[in-house]
Each structure stands twice: as C-alpha cells, then as structure tokens.
Write a protein that binds this ligand. Structure first.
Ligand SMILES: [Ca+2]
Ligand SMILES: [Ca+2]
Length: 94
C-alpha cells in the first residue's frame, strides 16, 4: 500500500486493523467472540453504540450463527453505522 494516504484511505485501514487487533485477543484469530466484540465496542465505538445490547447485536450480525463475528459479519455493523452517520449528516444540512 502507498505510503501517502488520504483520510478516507486511512479510515478504511483503521476499521480493518481494529477488527483484527481485537479478533486476535482470544480463541480464533480471525473472528470476534462476544468478549472481544464487547471490548472492541467499548474501546472503539463507545459513542455510536451507547444504547445497544451487545449480546443482541452480535446475534443479529452473526449470519452463520457460530456465536462469533467474522470480518464480513462485522462489516455489516460498519454498514449500519455508516447509514446512521448519513442520516445525521443529512439532518444537519436541513
Ligand atoms: Ca478471536
Ligand atoms: Ca459468525
């Protein structure tokens, strides 16, 4: 990857790096357990996930129902949060 990155490029790398940092803490290296997920949210998404039950959220995102989140399952959360951000930006513009 090129050394000079734009803000958006860095943001993408940050999201991916953050997943794998937390996924590597216990159990399988490439999936998030409930504990790892809770830790990731507490550390990286405290404002956006304030009033969310993390048990329910993990179940909702866990497409293959193995009680862990692989990257594409976690990515659905990023999509949801992006949609939320879009709504806020649009609301501000009005
Ligand atoms: Ca793990
Ligand atoms: Ca899963």
């Amino acid at each position: 990857m090129a050394a000079v990155q734009t803000e958006v490029e860095r943001a993408i790398v940050t999201i991916v790096t953050c997943f794998f940092e937390h996924a590597g803490e216990e159990g399988k290296k490439e999936t998030l357990t409930q504990g790892e997920f809770n830790c990731l949210v507490a550390k990286e998404l405290p404002h956006l996930m304030k009033d969310v039950s993390l048990e329910d959220k993990l179940k909702e995102l866990d497409v293959n129902q193995d009680q862990e989140l692989k990257f594409n399952e976690y990515w659905r959360l990023i999509g949801e949060l992006a949609k939320g951000a879009k709504k806020e930006i649009k609301a501000k513009k009005k």
